[in-house]
Write a protein that binds this ligand. Structure first.
Ligand code: URA
Length: 210
């Protein structure tokens, strides 16, 4: 498998992922747990953010201490399921900029069709983190990364929740420079492009649609 893939096997993440996979989990709990899990995944995906130093006074003395440099982080949610991960990462970095890319999967061709694109400017100066829970065929993620690169993004990471081996291979073949952080690498895609065992359609599970 790609050496750009990181699987975060923290017990809390694995426990929460089991709750998300369970079809008996309610919409309310699904959203809540997705938010919690994205907070923990967000820690992994941001672990190499650049730190500078500032001078502060503690109650006891003057000291220098690490501080995040600038407001250079941009999360990009791939609509609509990406919004489920976005909330947790924004809990983690409330000052981050946010972009949205609207892509849906053509149900027959399983190809990504674009219907919306809005991102902050100066993407080339930012660490861009794309968020989408399901890395399945990777058509959507590949298209999203293409669009971000066309807009100037140079440092991109991809945070997902569940990945299929087929999706990881396809994404890393096209974008070998983009690290992927995920909570699980599942067995395979089925004939409809769903991840097995997976958790179903993440957007439907979040929003109660079919
Ligand atoms: N998108 C989903 O929401 N679930 C899958 O299993 C695959 C793609």
């Amino acid at each position: 498998m790609s050496d750009m893939l990181t699987i975060v096997d923290h017990p809390l993440i694995q426990h929460k992922l089991t709750i998300l996979r369970n079809k008996e989990t309610s919409i309310m709990q699904f959203r809540q747990v997705l938010r919690e899990i994205s907070f923990v995944l967000g820690c992994e995906v941001t672990k190499d953010l650049a730190l500078g130093e500032i001078e502060i006074e503690t109650p006891l003395e003057h000291t220098t201490a690490p501080y995040l440099e600038g407001k250079k982080l941009c999360f990009v949610s791939i609509l609509r399921a990406g919004n489920g991960l976005l909330e947790g990462v924004l809990d983690l970095v409330p000052s981050a900029r946010v972009g949205h890319i609207g892509l849906y999967r053509d149900p027959e061709m399983l190809e990504a069709v674009q219907y919306y694109f809005k991102t902050p400017d100066a993407l080339g100066e930012r660490q861009v983190i794309m968020v989408d829970p399901m890395l399945a065929t990777a058509n959507t993620a590949i298209t999203a990364a293409n669009l971000l690169k066309e807009k100037g993004a140079r440092r991109i990471k991809f945070m997902s929740l569940v990945a299929a081996p087929e999706g990881v291979r396809a994404f890393s073949d096209t974008h070998p420079d983009i690290p992927i952080v995920t909570a699980a690498l599942d067995r395979e895609l089925n004939e409809y492009g769903y991840i097995m065992p997976g958790l179903g359609d993440a957007g439907d599970r979040m929003y109660g649609t079919k």
